[in-house]
Design a protein around this ligand. Sequence first.
Ligand code: ATP
Length: 483
Amino acid sequence: MEMEKLVSLCKRRGFLFPSSDIYGGLNGFWDYGPLGVEFKRNIREAWWRDMVTAHDDLATMSGAPEPYEMTGVDCTIIMHPQVWKCSGHYDLFHDMMVDCRECKARFRADHLITSECPRKPSRHPGEFEKCHLTPPREFNLMFKTIVGAMGTEENTAFLRPETAQGIFVNFKNVCDSTRVRIPFGIAQIGKSFRNEITPRNFTFRSREFEQMEIEFFCHPSQSAQWYQYWRDRRFRWYTELGLASDRLRLREHEQDELSHYSSGTADIEYAFPFLGQGEFGELEGVAHRGDFDLRSHMEGKLIRQGDALIVEQDEDGKPRHRGSGKDLSYLDETLKERFIPHVIEPSAGADRAALAFLCEAYSEDEVPDEAGKPQQRIVMKLHPRLAPIKAAVFPLVKRDGMPEIARNIYRGLKRRFNVFYDEKGAVGRRYRRQDEVGTPICITIDSQTVADDTVTFRDRDTLKQWRVKVNDCSGELNNRLGI
Ligand code: ATP
């Protein structure tokens, strides 16, 4: 599939628009349109439901060492600046960038080999004789802002580059205000911001995006097992929602790729069509983070020394970035043991998941029109849970009482499902418009409806048609969608 086709469909049918489009857009920022907002909400809701609200706290999930609880939070985007000092983002959250003095373009140093020289797109930056690249320099990816009216440097705050820290700093609040017991997870969905040097590949690398993150707290002795569990559980989530396994892979990081605090990280990756043959892009990282995060917020910014993590000191021997001093350890009443929980972090991007689902769903085939002539059709084979519109209701013609019956069916279904009513144009065209946005079922009211109280259901993928009693429409739709 060529990306241009998907990008144009997304704009034409209202999935995605460049932000501030009438002013020429803003690089790295995207708006979700009328269909996109429903689609992305469905992704978020599927994630929240599957990970949090529908999770059975009492059962032992397949592959899990024991039952566990799930709960959630919704934290602010701007947090106390000390959060980012202790987490390491203030000192370390940077990419290396390279400028070209000749064409003034800026590149990520680690992306030179996949970037194009603006003057000579057939070459990589540095390969064209006129290129004049600077040595790599650090560039912190956090967006800065000023809190309050004073507007001085001291009031500088940051837009969060990840949602995870909101969870860590609320660990104690959650333990104190609920009855959760370890092992348990805290989930959060929300916007994150990174001043990416080169945003690109549609929404894949944006400067404002949404994350769906879980911090899972467990006893250190069980953390390796929980890491395995979450890797597999999260991988399965994508396949259950329709990502084919040959385009999806789980990749364990090599030892030299791991962060200094992590004893295991795996990326869930998808072979996006804009990448080269055999290349994959990250959808989600699942990391075993040990006790790094809770300890950092207790003691201060940590660095590795040999096998240990110690508080980094300044030239006066004081902590470089002081922690909160709050006790974030956990007392296990049954084990009679106090410990700092270990953390497994499955960290997903809602926009990257959305993009992968869209890429996977896009297909073209040929279907016969009313006269039996083959017609090219674009069909988005989205999973019914993710489809922005669940069913469309059409009266075959705008007379003989058909619109009245169709409107009643539409109103009845609307209470439970996002359904769409359309009476304009030839029915074949109406089908085509729904196929293109991934509507799984079309329901048509025709002359037979008036005679025997049945309507035609049509399946988007198989094109099969069958008749259903008017009163059974809601139940049939529910069964067919399987949601
Ligand atoms: P990358 O290496 O692609 O920059 P990352 O390893 O920095 O990603 P994480 O910090 O692990 O990403 O963030 C977790 C998830 O958040 C990613 O797997 C991705 O889905 C999403 N994400 C991160 N950066 C962006 C971005 N700039 N645009 C869209 N989604 C993003």
